[in-house]
Design a protein around this ligand. Structure first.
Ligand SMILES: Nc1ncnc2c1ncn2[C@@H]1O[C@H](COP(=O)(O)OP(=O)(O)OP(=O)(O)O)[C@@H](O)[C@H]1O
Ligand SMILES: [Mg+2]
Length: 464
């Protein structure tokens, strides 16, 4: 059940006491006020899920309290307690938006039932709100997570590119999310109701790729027993994603160029020109300009597909997104595995943030998947992460340094901290032994350990 906070308002102290006791086990926290004025003061400082107030109070009434609270933007639910004689006010309170009312005299069971009903409605409403919010976020960005400067820029460019019908070229290292961005372009375009189809240009030999893209007429070659549409025809009106376009065979590139110039295709073995209306989004992790120099990629095709370029930053260049992405994958994968999502210890997060991520987001997703597959417990510690992430950089080629620079002193303190925690774990908290394991004196170990725990957020526990 959600944490619920309750404010009781009544000028009769004995009733406050009885209600508090009756509801103690149902809610997390109860505060009390004897007047509406006092209640408003308390509500300035704290948020409550539920306010139960007597209608008749000295000074402002319970109804005044309700209305004033709403004027101040308060979102709490209200239950109004009325005397039998003022049933009309109870009805009025409901009309104004109170969640329920209780008529005096009521017994404890009645009180509990009404409170339970109101709180469960509230938590259902919250759930629906959260779901809606998640849905909205998913639709807008197509599940692209990231709030770093680089990602905000990219999403902004996706928004600009999507509604135009221009060809888009998505570049970036492997696993940076090129396919996700291609889909986001489609979903934010006016073609979103039509199909998004994709083909991996590296996966098929030329003859098959040609048939796949342009279709075949019956009898075109042995085995072509019936005519079949290609991806260009199938995605008519929609978007065709040409993944790994850098790997497309050179002669196939000329055939593709013709289509992009005239938007007309001819099926393999066919004689009829077929007009197609398709938006092209292509992706590559290769440097096409170098491929052009090496005569492996046609320059004229490059100009056709590179009308609008979206470059995806590598994960190591947007460290601030790592925490967010990790949390996202932990939630998503736990959900799939039907386990309780574990928390990540600050040290484990530190390791993830300083790793080089050659496989980018796909690699991060795999790492989380592996960690969760081995029942991680409530908190994920650094030693549960794969070795390559724990080892830290051992040679110059493994050191990553983003263009934005780094705080090297802090990084070194963090490394020292991790070794000290590790040593403490190994020695089951015996600080003297941990110190000698690291070649330090007891005094120096104790001094640094406390300072570093303050900085990197772990309670060092009692000192021997
Ligand atoms: N910004 C992001 N937020 C959430 N998930 C992401 C993000 N970027 C990528 N992913 C996930 O990471 C995985 C790899 O992404 P994707 O397949 O789009 O990468 P890619 O750039 O096409 O890689 P490759 O070049 O290897 O084909 C996918 O599971 C994708 O859902
Ligand atoms: Mg891909």
């Amino acid at each position: 059940m959600n944490i619920s906070r309750l404010l009781l308002v009544d000028d009769e102290k004995s009733l406050l006491l009885i209600m508090s006791q009756a509801l103690d086990s149902q809610v997390e926290e109860i505060q009390q006020a004897e007047t509406a004025e006092q209640a408003l003061e308390i509500m300035e400082k704290d948020d409550f899920d539920l306010v139960i107030t007597d209608l008749k109070l000295p000074g402002l009434s319970g109804l005044d309290l309700f209305q004033e609270a709403r004027n101040r933007g308060c979102q709490s639910d209200f239950i109004i307690i009325t005397a039998f004689a003022s049933a009309a006010s109870a009805i009025q309170a409901l009309k104004l938006g109170a969640a329920d009312y209780l008529m005096k005299p009521f017994d404890i069971e009645e009180l509990r039932i009404v409170v339970k009903r109101v709180l469960s409605h509230r938590s259902m409403r919250e759930d629906v709100k959260t779901l809606k919010r998640q849905l909205m976020e998913d639709v807008d960005k197509g599940g692209i997570i990231g709030k770093s400067h680089e990602m905000s820029n990219l999403l902004h460019m996706v928004q600009q590119a999507a509604p135009t019908d221009l060809a888009v070229l998505i570049t970036g290292e492997s696993g940076t999310g090129k396919e996700l961005v291609a889909k986001a372009v489609h979903r934010n375009s006016k073609r979103k109701e039509a199909r998004f189809l994709s083909v991996n240009c590296a996966a098929l030999p030329e003859s098959l790729l040609e048939a796949e893209l342009f279709g075949v007429v019956k009898g075109a070659y042995t085995g072509a027993v019936s005519s079949r549409k290609g991806l260009f025809e199938l995605s008519d009106g929609g978007t065709l994603f040409l993944d790994e376009i850098g790997e497309m065979p050179f002669s196939m590139q000329s055939k593709l160029l013709r289509v992009l110039q005239e938007f007309v295709i001819r099926r393999v073995g066919g004689e009829r020109d077929i007009h197609v209306d398709v938006r092209i989004v292509a992706a590559t992790n290769r440097n096409l300009e170098e491929l052009i120099k090496a005569k492996q990629f046609r320059q004229d095709l490059y100009f056709r597909i590179n009308v609008f370029q979206l470059h995806l930053p590598s994960l190591r260049d947007r460290q601030e997104d790592i925490a967010l992405l990790t949390e996202y994958f932990i939630k998503r994968i736990s959900n799939r595995l039907e386990i309780k999502p574990p928390k990540l210890s600050p040290e484990a997060l530190g390791r993830l943030e300083s790793y080089n991520w050659p496989g980018n987001i796909r690699e991060l997703e795999n790492v989380i998947e592996r960690v969760l597959a081995f029942s991680p417990g409530e908190i994920v510690l650094p030693e549960q992460l794969p070795d390559e992430i724990n080892q830290g950089p051992g040679s110059l080629s493994e050191v990553s340094l983003s263009d934005k620079g780094m705080d090297v002193e802090k990084e070194l303190r963090h490394v020292r901290y991790l070794y000290m925690v590790k040593a403490m774990e190994k020695c089951e908290g015996r600080m003297g032994e941990a110190a000698s394991l690291l070649g330090m004196t007891f005094r120096s170990f104790r001094y640094h350990f406390h300072k570093l725990c303050d900085e990197f957020g772990m309670n060092p526990g009692p000192v021997e």
